[in-house]
Ligand binder design. Structure first.
Ligand SMILES: NC(=O)c1ccc[n+]([C@@H]2O[C@H](COP(=O)([O-])OP(=O)(O)OC[C@H]3O[C@@H](n4cnc5c(N)ncnc54)[C@H](OP(=O)(O)O)[C@@H]3O)[C@@H](O)[C@H]2O)c1
Ligand SMILES: *[C@@H]1O[C@H](CO)[C@@H](O)[C@H](O)[C@H]1NC(C)=O
Length: 345
């Protein structure tokens, strides 16, 4: 008989409406055999190393387009992105010892069956493995696709990023600086604003919670207007950005986190600006751009190695701290890209 080991898990307590709270999840210890059964074709058995806390990990109060998967099924482990080590494989693309990132579950060991098409092999391990949950994973790819493919930037452009200290925003701002753009970001605390200016070299940053009139705030930072607005939050900020766009400006909509938890979606009044100023508004999903992942790595990895791109993470140690970490990500308490360390490689 193969050896059974214990498998700590984080499960959803019930159906979750809106942003998850720590109390919507609970811990349980089950057991698992660290070998796949012979009939498990295309499956991989993994040891989870890092788990990612992302804004799509929420209930169904408002729908966010068509999702690949829902993170919360009552009394099942939370589903989300992670970095894992392959312990056993019946999938032709993966073998024992491989490091991968992709869709896994919140537990120590997982058998991945249906989502093996969203696993990426990690080939570069000279950078922090946790980066494959953020900077070099799904959020990083979102930043890259949204900025270059949707934003279509050029040197000298005026670029505004909301939730600029987020997992996506941190990279958008640094890519924009490297391209020679003028970059301003918004974030929800004084500390985050300081890091944007001092560590990431943003030309300006402000705490949106302290601004009374966002239209006037953006006017102050962009007297000549905005060429690219990378939208992560929607709502009032989207409205204010619309009023401050330049002619032929582009709004790349990655997400609208201020809207996900509302009972009634907020209306936008000043849409007429899109015709006055010939603004392009384009929403996108990272899933349509994964074919660019090798090109993305070729661009970003050298910058990381040269120290030209950095990343701030908030790593919660231990699976048992996962539920609090997920809640912290939604409420803005995370001091960087929120990651959960399950085990070291
Ligand atoms: N299109 C895609 O394929 C794709 C892929 C990944 C992510 N996304 C979306 O892209 C956006 C950025 O994702 P991310 O992973 O980098 O997450 P993120 O921006 O770090 O999101 C979490 C942060 O959002 C801010 N926030 C929360 N509620 C807010 C509100 N009502 N108004 C303004 N800010 C609020 C908080 O920071 P503060 O302290 O600044 O308030 C919080 O820490 C999200 O909207 C996400 O849904 C889209
Ligand atoms: C936005 O600000 C501009 C310039 O300060 C001003 O002319 C305009 O009336 C404002 N729009 C709204 C809707 O507040």
């Amino acid at each position: 008989m193969e050896e059974q080991v214990s498998n700590k898990q984080v499960l959803a307590a019930g159906l979750i409406a809106g942003n998850p709270k720590q109390t919507d999840m609970y811990l349980q210890t089950s057991t698992i055999t660290l070998q796949l059964p012979p009939e498990a074709s295309n499956a991989v058995l993994v040891k989870n190393l890092y788990l990612s806390c992302d804004p799509y990990m929420r209930g169904t109060k408002t729908t966010f387009g068509t999702r690949l998967f829902y993170s919360f099924s009552p009394h099942s482990p939370i589903i989300g992105y992670g970095v894992c080590e392959v312990l056993d494989s019946k999938h032709p693309n993966f073998k024992k010892g491989d490091l991968v990132w992709g869709v896994t579950q919140w537990e120590e060991y997982s058998i991945i069956t249906t989502m093996t098409d969203s696993l990426f092999e990690i080939e570069h391990t000279d950078v922090s493995l946790s980066y494959y949950t953020g900077l070099l994973g799904m959020p990083g790819m979102t930043a890259y696709a949204g900025f270059y493919e949707v934003g279509v930037p050029k040197k000298g452009d005026y670029v505004f990023i909301s939730s600029a200290f987020g997992a996506v925003g941190q990279l958008v701002g640094q890519l924009a600086k490297l391209m020679g753009c003028y970059v301003v970001g918004s974030a929800g605390s004084k500390d985050k604003v300081e890091i944007l200016k001092n560590k990431f070299g943003f030309d300006g940053a402000f705490n949106y919670k302290e601004e009374k009139d966002l239209n006037a705030t953006l006017k102050r930072y962009f007297p000549k207007g905005i060429d690219i607005y990378f939208d992560n939050v929607g709502g009032d900020m989207f409205e204010a950005a619309l009023l401050n766009m330049r002619r032929r400006g582009r709004i790349a909509v990655a997400g609208m986190i201020s809207q996900y938890d509302l009972d009634e979606p907020q209306g936008i009044k000043n849409l007429v600006n899109i015709i006055y100023k010939q603004i392009k508004i384009e929403a996108f999903t990272v899933y349509d751009y994964y074919h660019l992942y090798p090109k993305f790595l070729d661009t970003v990895l050298p910058y990381i190695r040269e120290g030209k791109i950095t990343y701030v993470e908030d790593i919660a140690e231990g699976l048992e701290n996962g539920p609090a970490a997920l809640e912290a990500m939604f409420t803005g308490r995370s001091a960087g890209k929120q990651v959960v360390l399950v085990a070291r490689a």
